[in-house]
Design a protein around this ligand. Structure first.
Ligand SMILES: CC(C)(COP(=O)(O)OP(=O)(O)OC[C@H]1O[C@@H](n2cnc3c(N)ncnc32)[C@H](O)[C@@H]1OP(=O)(O)O)[C@@H](O)C(=O)NCCC(=O)NCCS
Length: 405
């Protein structure tokens, strides 16, 4: 049997192409509701599949995102729904889909692709580098005091999720446009993803709730969360499960978290997908009680090294010459002079030498060149080049993406 990879041409083909990943969720395919939601945010031609006798044996999609990078935004592929049926694993199906997908990104002028990986061993083969870590917390409510007396700020009110978009989207956008790793949400994304509350997303918890914090007459913070009520012999054991919470300033962020930490009846507050520099770490009197757990977060692939590096800002003057090795996308190979004016090819001697995965790791600011050096992931050809590169790439803000896409 042989298969070939091409993009989908219809919603029916998208349904077939996502079936392989659904297999791993224990389902033969998406429901009508699920596929309609997918179709509204994922154009058919952005879903590649490996076809065998008219049947999809693998699929790989790419949301057309506008990704925030240090100092700006860049068109980026948000890679999603990647799966190969167990009947066809380890025959190069994923490799062929990654080939077609990255070639398509390049043709479209998307200099960056990024994703969440189910296993850390998969995407390095295709030039993705680990770009951030993300934190999970589980905090006993009785140990959630702030280190300083809380000064109330604004007024929270609960709004029906069906009416929330107009209130929460501007807050999200103010935060997202400043935060590397976040992407601009369309209205369809709000309706079909962020504010969608079908039964299968609840996983035993309550309905999606939305609290909006208003300050000076407008929304300034919000929280999406679920109440997971439980009692044992009359004692509360339930939790507030935070889906997303943010404020457009330190004061409103502190206030919306205080709101979440103070919901009566709850024993705990749980949240995940937090940035490693989340303000709660310094807001709380007992940060240890957060039980802050780390796992890998985003993986970034520079599809077009020159365009990607030229799309972000740099924090210092001067430049550094990086020699890049990129076996999967050889058009990126060679020497690049990176400066606050962007990146351009050069014949000058290399000062740093690395695989393209290393550029993915430093691109959003989640890792430093010094960290790469200590892990032997970059070779410092000229003494002092790592320090110079770190001065250039410095961001002062950890990358954050609030949702797994
Ligand atoms: C992960 C998955 C997509 C791989 O598909 P595949 O068609 O078997 O992969 P390929 O045969 O094209 O392998 C390409 C390369 O990646 C490696 N690879 C693939 N999956 C891997 C894994 N899970 N762990 C380690 N290496 C892996 C292969 O060994 C191969 O390496 P090589 O080129 O050096 O020989 C498939 O196993 C799958 O669908 N898994 C379950 C769902 C999943 O995890 N999807 C990813 C969502 S982010």
């Amino acid at each position: 049997m042989s298969w070939d990879v091409r993009p989908c041409a219809s919603a029916d083909e998208v349904r077939a192409a996502v079936a392989p990943i659904w297999h791993y969720f224990g389902r033969s395919g998406p429901t009508d509701d699920q596929i309609q939601r997918v179709a509204r945010v994922l154009p058919a031609e952005r879903m590649h599949a490996a076809w065998e006798d008219g049947r999809a044996v693998g699929g790989a999609g790419a949301f057309p995102f506008e990704l925030t990078v240090p100092g700006g935004r860049v068109p980026a592929a948000g890679v999603t729904a990647v799966g190969v049926l167990p009947t066809h694993r380890r025959r190069g199906v994923l490799r062929a889909m990654m080939r077609a997908q990255l070639d398509a990104c390049r043709e479209r002028g998307e200099p960056v692709a990024y994703l969440w990986a189910t296993e850390d061993t998969i995407y390095g083969h295709f030039g993705y580098g680990i770009a951030s870590f993300t934190g999970e917390i589980e905090l006993l409510r009785e140990r959630s005091a702030y280190w300083a007396p809380f000064e109330p700020c604004g007024q929270a009110r609960i709004v029906p999720v069906g009416e929330a978009e107009g209130l929460v989207a501007p807050v999200y956008e103010r935060v997202a446009v400043e935060t590397p790793g976040m992407f601009a949400r369309t209205s369809a994304w709000w309706q079909d993803r962020a504010l969608a509350d079908p039964d299968w997303r609840r996983r035993g918890a309550g309905e999606l709730q939305c609290a909006v914090l208003e300050l000076d007459g407008g929304p300034a913070a919000y929280a999406l969360y679920r109440v997971n009520a439980a009692f044992e012999r009359g004692v509360q054991t339930g939790s507030v499960d935070v889906v997303e919470a943010m404020g457009d300033s330190p004061r409103t962020t502190r206030a919306i978290w205080r709101y979440l930490l103070d919901v009566d009846w709850m024993a705990r507050v749980k949240a995940s997908l937090l940035p490693v520099d989340h303000p709660l770490l310094l807001l709380l009197a007992e940060p240890r009680r957060l039980r802050f757990n780390l796992r890998d977060g985003l993986w970034v692939r520079l599809v077009d090294v020159g365009a990607a590096l030229s799309s972000r800002s740099y924090a210092a003057q001067g430049s550094v010459v990086v020699e890049v090795v990129d076996r999967f996308c050889p058009w990126n190979e060679g020497r690049w002079r990176v400066s606050d004016g962007g990146a351009a090819r050069t014949d000058d001697g290399p000062e740093l030498r690395c695989d393209v995965t290393a550029l993915g790791s430093v691109y959003l600011g989640g890792f430093t060149w010094a960290q790469l050096g200590r892990a032997l992931r970059v070779e410092e050809v000229r003494h002092g080049a790592i320090a110079r590169a770190d001065a250039l790439f410095h961001t002062g803000l950890a990358p954050w993406c609030i949702e797994i896409f």
